[in-house]
Design a protein around this ligand. Structure first.
Ligand SMILES: Nc1ncnc2c1ncn2[C@@H]1O[C@H](COP(=O)(O)OP(=O)(O)O)[C@@H](O)[C@H]1O
Ligand SMILES: [Mg+2]
Length: 860
């Protein structure tokens, strides 16, 4: 054991408790890291790695790397973004500690618990998710510490935890907290995973944590009392926040319970295929749905819009309410302009108020809050004339929130351009506090006194080079150049010698110094106290301000929908609970902005007579675009947005599924047939009659015959078993025969104009089977050399002849495929036949028994 200093002993003791975090250990003006932490810090932050320790020889020395305390923020940010946790350990001033300074971890910063603006993306929510499993239920609590948003839900668990994975995909948390003992058997590598003591996940403990935190006697009022697993997760997350932040988190709102079944489900594959948030090419927001739809002017509005894109509605009433607002904004350009003016001046009050409650807001935060609250006043006046029901509700809510006192307090208390710190003074406005004004006068007069003193001493001594100055170490001094040394009066006391000059003090100057410094100190102290008072007073209105922020966010989002609709000529869809999708002259919201020669609109009708659309057409003709635009129009409709079409009637869809064949899927390699099939399986296992399925060239990743067979069976299954509305693009011409074999199935093709050898894309979807595949013509369009094209044509002719000969044989094969009916597992069939509303517990048990027996028989 190498000899270690008392400070290092202290370090190891603290580090033991924060073993999974990088410990920033305050030593004087530096934060130091030691050991493994130092190696990580040196690597990740690109700072120098040195060593410390008394022992001789490399082995006995401890790696060390440090950063100056005043510049620590960007370093912490880098570590957090890379998924590390950072424990900040400060020196605490305490006389009783003799041989080593007292030190304490004041905060554990983790990716999911940051609150500082400098660590966060303004327009993206930062979620901390806590998960626990209780009796085959997955309890999930989701918190955004930066806004105080708190959500709670429960899912049915299954072996693969697929519903949990879906939620993780949807929420994209920065950090997930799991109980120490929980083994999910999942590779969760998209975010930081934190383990937390099982104790906090215990139902009783969690329940107590929650009721204590909110000062209530039971959780009945929060609408989550039934959700046992959810409560354990929610209680644990509150404990975790208290543990890491070391302070009271009064801004965390009471948990809002939501149920996944209340929203349209979009699995991650679909979110990616439809390019809702990120494009497939480079992952940015360019060319995405959110890129088109998000014209919000506030960070809150933008975050809300993204959340809604992840949770499209199923409730037609709420959709209609939103549409009504969008319509009103859409029709009134002046109203839109005035609203925009207001929202441009509304800052991120949702996050500001969180920082205020949290205790780390600065003067700027308060000033921006004040300006925003003033805008909310104007907003009220502006909304008065609106008719939409939702706006009237919002207005009513805003009317109950009078912020004039808060505004007035900040106005009187904080200067208009405050500095970034609150401990150095210069924040509080004049006239706010008499004592402060008095101290400032003393300080100000002091400056005049100094000038006079200097003049007076100059005159008295006749020393022309005499100067009065100040430095941090020696305080006030009189400086005299050495050449004037002979004239220095006796009463001057020497303080410091420089090469060119001597520095002195006098009794008079010393007296002044004492007074001036104490005024300065006192000013800083008092300003800080006053700031804290104002902050706390504003913090008392946190709940109201949070609610106002939510209302603003909602209006901002709906205004954005209206703006986009007006700009791009969208229509208001008619959304109902029926089972039809009818779109006239629909367009792709993103592609229409990219094609220069003009986008060609297309019609769609999916209903009971046309459940399965088989779409053929050459490469690049527009099949994928056509199907995706249909999905996007449905999705937009269920947000309450207008849609790119002349007319649309949308029956609510419970899920949108997409499967893009390996060939079209740019983000995957060729060996992804397995992925393709497992994603297809997901669709077949989860789609319902109310789902919309987009199948884009599935079966492409394997040999033609396999491909056709699989595609054929899948088409058959979605149509006859699931009865889901399905659009199926395929280059397997054979599949068009499905239309003859199945009900409610029709063929479409994207029409092509032929002129001799050449083809032109018309991009119009028409009913009927297309003919050839035009592959060679497309190749020609793409610029393949003439020679290659000619050769390809002759090969094609030869092959066509052979195929003709083979034709009958092939046809027979397909025929047999047609007879192949997909068979469900008997137990599944049995399960499906159960009517949960009618079955009694005894019958249920009997059924279970029976199914179990069936399973055993099958296994034997
Ligand atoms: N309706 C349309 N109007 C204008 N251009 C279109 C239209 N549909 C597609 N395109 C253009 O054609 C390209 C290829 O379309 P895509 O849907 O990928 O074809 P496919 O799936 O048939 O190979 C698109 O990137 C777009 O530029
Ligand atoms: Mg395609």
């Amino acid at each position: 054991m190498p000899e270690i200093t008392p400070m290092m002993q202290q370090y190891y003791k603290i580090k033991e408790k924060y073993h999974d975090a990088i410990l920033l250990f305050r030593v004087g003006d530096f934060y130091e890291t030691f050991g493994e932490d130092a190696k990580i810090a040196a690597r990740e932050l690109n700072i120098a790695l040195t060593t410390t320790g008394r022992g001789k020889g490399a082995a006995k020395r401890i790696p060390m790397a440090g950063v100056p305390f005043h510049a620590v923020t960007p370093y912490i940010r880098q570590l957090i973004t890379k998924g590390y946790k950072v424990a900040v350990c400060e020196q605490i001033w305490d006389k009783t500690h003799k041989d080593v300074e007292k030190r304490e971890v004041v905060r554990l910063i983790t990716p999911g618990t940051v609150i500082e603006d400098s660590f966060l993306e303004e327009r993206i929510s930062n979620y901390l998710m806590c998960v626990n499993l209780v009796d085959s239920k997955t309890g999930i609590a989701i918190v955004d510490v930066s806004t105080g948003e708190f959500l709670l839900t429960e899912l049915d668990d299954d072996i693969s935890h697929s519903s949990l994975l879906n939620e993780i995909d949807r929420v994209k948390p920065a950090e997930i907290i799991l109980p120490d003992s929980l083994e999910l058997g999942l590779e969760l590598n998209t975010c930081t995973i934190s383990r937390y003591d099982d104790y906090y996940f215990d139902y009783k403990n969690a329940y107590t944590t929650l009721i204590n935190h909110y000062g209530v006697i039971s959780l009945d009022g929060f609408g989550c009392a039934e959700l046992k697993a959810g409560i354990t997760a929610a209680g644990a997350v509150i404990s975790y926040l208290r543990d890491t932040q070391k302070r009271v988190l009064s801004h965390i709102k009471p948990p809002k319970t939501f149920f996944v079944s209340d929203y349209m489900v979009l699995d991650s594959v679909t979110v990616r295929n439809l390019e809702i948030f990120n494009n497939i090419r480079d992952g940015t927001q360019r060319g995405t749905l959110v890129g088109v739809l998000d014209k919000t002017l506030t960070g809150m509005g933008s975050r809300l819009l993204k959340k809604n894109l992840q949770f499209p509605l199923l409730d037609t009433v709420e959709i209609k309410r939103r549409e009504e607002v969008v319509k009103e904004f859409y029709e009134d350009i002046l109203l839109r302009e005035s609203l925009k003016e207001i929202f441009r001046e509304v800052y991120d009050i949702e996050r500001i108020i969180s920082r205020i409650s949290f205790g780390n807001a600065n003067g700027k935060d308060l000033v921006l809050l004040k300006r925003s609250l003033l805008q909310i006043n104007d907003l009220r006046g502006l909304l008065k004339k609106c008719r939409a029901e939702k706006i009237r509700t919002i207005l009513k809510a805003l009317r109950t929130k009078d912020f004039s006192e808060v505004v007035d307090l900040i106005e009187r208390g904080i200067i208009e351009e405050p500095p970034g710190t609150i401990k150095e003074g210069g924040v509080i406005r004049e006239g706010f506090n008499a004592e402060l004004d008095e101290l400032r006068k003393i300080k100000h007069e002091g400056r005049r006194w100094l000038a006079e003193f200097e003049e007076h001493e100059k005159a008295r001594t006749g020393i022309k080079s005499l100067k009065v100055g100040y430095n941090k170490v020696f305080g006030y001094y009189i400086e005299v150049r050495k050449s004037w040394a002979g004239k220095v009066p006796e009463a001057y006391i020497r303080k410091q010698t420089l090469t060119e000059a001597e520095r002195y003090v006098t009794e008079e100057l010393k007296d002044y110094e004492a007074k001036a410094l104490s005024a300065e100190e006192r000013i800083k102290e008092l300003e800080y106290e006053l700031f804290e008072q104002i902050r706390k007073a504003v913090g008392k209105r946190a709940k109201d301000i949070q609610e106002a922020a939510n209302l603003v966010a909602e209006l901002d989002m709906l205004l954005s929908f209206a703006e986009v609709a007006a700009e791009n000529g969208y229509c208001c869809p008619e959304v109902d609970a029926g089972n039809e999708i009818v779109i006239r002259e629909g367009r792709h919201p993103v592609v229409e902005k990219e094609v220069k020669e003009g986008f060609v609109p297309n019609d769609v009708r999916l209903d009971k007579n046309n459940r399965l659309m088989l779409i053929t057409g050459p490469n690049m003709s527009g099949k994928s675009t056509f199907m995706r635009q249909t999905a996007l129009i449905v999705l937009m409709s269920q947000l309450g947005s207008f849609v790119p079409a002349r007319e649309a009637k949308i029956g609510i869809v419970d899920r949108i599924f997409t499967r893009v064949g390996a060939y079209d899927d740019l983000s995957m390699g060729q060996s992804s047939f397995m992925v393709e099939m497992s994603e297809t399986a997901n669709i077949l296992n989860n789609a319902t009659e109310r789902s919309l399925i987009i199948l884009d060239e599935i079966g492409r990743g394997t040999s033609t015959l396999d491909g056709v067979s699989i595609a054929w069976s899948v088409g058959e299954y979605v149509n006859t078993r699931l009865k889901a509305k399905t659009m199926f693009a395929t280059h397997f011409y054979e599949l068009t025969e499905l239309a003859d074999a199945l009900e409610s199935t029709n063929c479409y093709n994207v029409s092509i104009k032929e002129a001799g050898d050449e083809i032109f894309f018309v991009r119009k979807v028409v009913e009927g089977r297309g003919s050839k595949s035009y592959g060679i013509q497309v190749a020609k369009l793409a610029g393949l050399p003439e020679e290659v094209i000619e050769s390809a044509k002759s090969v094609l002719r030869r092959l066509e002849n052979e195929v003709e000969k083979e034709g009958l044989k092939r046809k027979a094969e397909v025929e047999t495929k047609k007879e192949y009916v997909v068979q469900l597992h008997p137990v599944v069939e049995e399960l499906k036949s159960i009517n949960l509303e009618e079955i009694s517990p005894i019958e249920a048990l009997n059924k279970l028994y029976k199914m179990k027996k069936m399973l055993m028989r099958i296994q034997d």
